[in-house]
Design a binder for this molecule. Structure first.
Ligand code: ADP
Ligand code: MG
Length: 473
């Protein structure tokens, strides 16, 4: 029928607009590398990548001991956790965490409301400290705070919020010291807990990776949002002020979610998602690849197909299909992994989420294809970003190359520490990302790159950073 032909035309146009062939990925990786250079040159050297130095000098080695806490404020949830560290041999003796959903109204309220809420949850978590956890007598409890928004740090214990991302909009917090705001809230609860380290979740994840594996050079978050950090030589950071760190290395929080390039395969759906967001014009890379947005992109495409080509029968369109963020990304991965002959899971989701009761197999197949296109594009763009970093640190040629640009040429592996619910739960996304990395690199280089998922790595890593920055040693 003509309606079916029209849908297939729309689908093939969309597929083409979303394409990420190898040469595109290479252009993007190169653009990322070039932008990294600019961002390191001077404050504001890149309009996209902040390339923030982090002031974390002591990555954990494994010999840390004692009880440490972390608060990990990501985007959707925040986690409070405690770890009992037993040193080189015993490592993490015990760990416990609690996850708390952030009430949506707090994401757009005042900073006092947000931090009072977090401090209250922290206080009740600390109060339930039980067997197997032991604070050193006479020591104040120490906490690492993973705060996953762009922060301009002035020391490892302080930092000014530059702006919000991921749906947060708390204007009075911008320009303020995040640690001071948090410690004041903790103080109002009457607790004695010291913030020993303020870090980005990428830095927590890097630290968590390092604790187990010395070859960890970079970390990537693929959760609600996306970001990356990596270990850079201080000589390669012209904007570095003050004495160079003893190690000669600095950890750079890229804030790569704001990367943009004419090579990004943007479609009408990306425009729509961006315009309707709380931060239009910002975070284009993040909006194409991370968990907060993939479901929304799929929804926009389905809505357009329904409006323009009567996908799902028409002429009346389900109101749910027109409702922003009605389709969460977990549904995208569920649709994607439906391998049943008649796509029964897809049918169920269309019914549950959009109240579309009857669908044809052809329609379900189109929904499945759209999820595939959008997830594959996201995963491949993330891969291009990773290769851009490998390129910057000379790890894109594999261990046998002799271009002399390695931080340490003896290393045979480069480990990417990964955290985030999107990567963790979305198997096909993992597969697409790995495939793209392998496509972009030579065989030896590809074999040297190991992606290690550390579930809640950012939280545990942040507690480890509290340990390695403890005032008691
Ligand atoms: P944060 O980034 O806030 O720290 P997480 O790392 O837990 O949070 O990631 C949460 C995100 O992961 C959600 O926004 C969601 O989009 C995505 N996610 C969670 N479960 C799945 C799933 N089964 N499939 C795909 N994405 C998922
Ligand atoms: Mg997180």
């Amino acid at each position: 029928s003509t309606a079916a032909a029209q849908i297939h035309l729309l689908l093939s146009q969309f597929r083409q607009a979303s394409a990420t062939p190898l040469h595109r990925l290479r252009q993007l990786a190169d653009a990322m590398t070039a932008e990294m250079h600019s961002g390191l040159m001077s404050e504001g050297g890149s309009e996209q990548l902040k390339m923030l130095p982090t002031y974390v000098e002591n990555l954990p080695h494994g010999d840390e001991e004692g009880l440490f806490y972390a608060v990990d404020l990501g985007g959707t949830n925040f986690r409070v956790l405690r770890v009992q560290l037993g040193g080189k041999e015993k490592r993490i003796v015990k760990q416990e965490y609690q996850e708390v959903a952030i009430p949506p109204e707090l994401m757009q309220g005042t900073s006092k409301e947000l931090f009072d809420f977090i401090a209250k949850k922290l206080a009740s978590f600390v109060a339930r400290e039980g067997e197997g956890f032991e604070a050193h007598s006479g020591h104040v409890r120490e906490l690492g705070f993973a705060f996953s928004f762009p922060v301009l740090q002035t020391s490892v214990k302080s930092g000014i919020l530059v702006h919000w991302t991921k749906g947060f909009k708390i204007s009075d917090a911008i320009g303020k010291d995040i640690v001071a705001a948090f410690e004041e809230a903790i103080g109002r609860k009457g607790d004695h807990i010291r913030v020993a380290a303020l870090v980005n979740d990428t830095v927590g994840t890097l630290a968590g990776g390092r604790y187990w594996n010395e070859d960890t050079m970079l970390s990537v978050i693929l959760g609600t949002g996306t970001n990356a950090c990596y270990i850079e030589q201080v000589d390669a950071v012209p904007k570095w002020r003050g004495a160079p760190p003893k190690s000669g290395e600095v950890i750079i929080n890229m804030e790569w979610g704001n990367f943009r390039s004419p090579y990004l395969p943007r479609t009408f759906a990306d425009e729509e998602v961006d315009i309707d967001s709380v931060n239009p014009g910002d975070q284009w890379f993040e909006k194409m690849i991370s968990g907060m947005y993939l479901g929304e992109i799929v929804r926009c495409v389905l809505a357009k197909f329904a409006q323009e080509a009567a996908l799902f029968g028409g002429p009346i369109i389900s109101p749910k299909l027109l409702e922003p963020f009605s389709l969460g990304t977990p549904y995208v991965s569920k649709i994607h992994s439906d391998e049943s002959a008649d796509l029964t899971e897809v049918a169920r989701i269309l019914k549950d989420v959009f109240e579309i009761r009857r669908t044809t197999f052809q329609e379900r197949k189109i929904v499945h294809d759209i999820c595939d296109i959008i997830a594959e594009r996201g995963a491949r763009l993330a891969a291009a970003g990773i290769v851009g970093i490998l390129n910057k640190i000379g790890r894109d040629h594999g261990p046998t190359a002799t271009n002399g640009s390695y931080l340490s040429s003896r290393r045979s592996k480069t480990v990417v520490a990964m955290d985030g619910g999107l990567y963790e739960h979305y198997t096909q996304y993992q597969v697409y990302m790995r495939a793209a990395i392998d496509e972009m690199l030579s065989e030896t280089a590809a074999q040297s790159v190991v992606i290690e998922l550390s579930k809640d790595g950012s939280g545990i890593g942040t507690a480890l950073l509290a340990a390695s920055h403890s005032q008691y040693h």
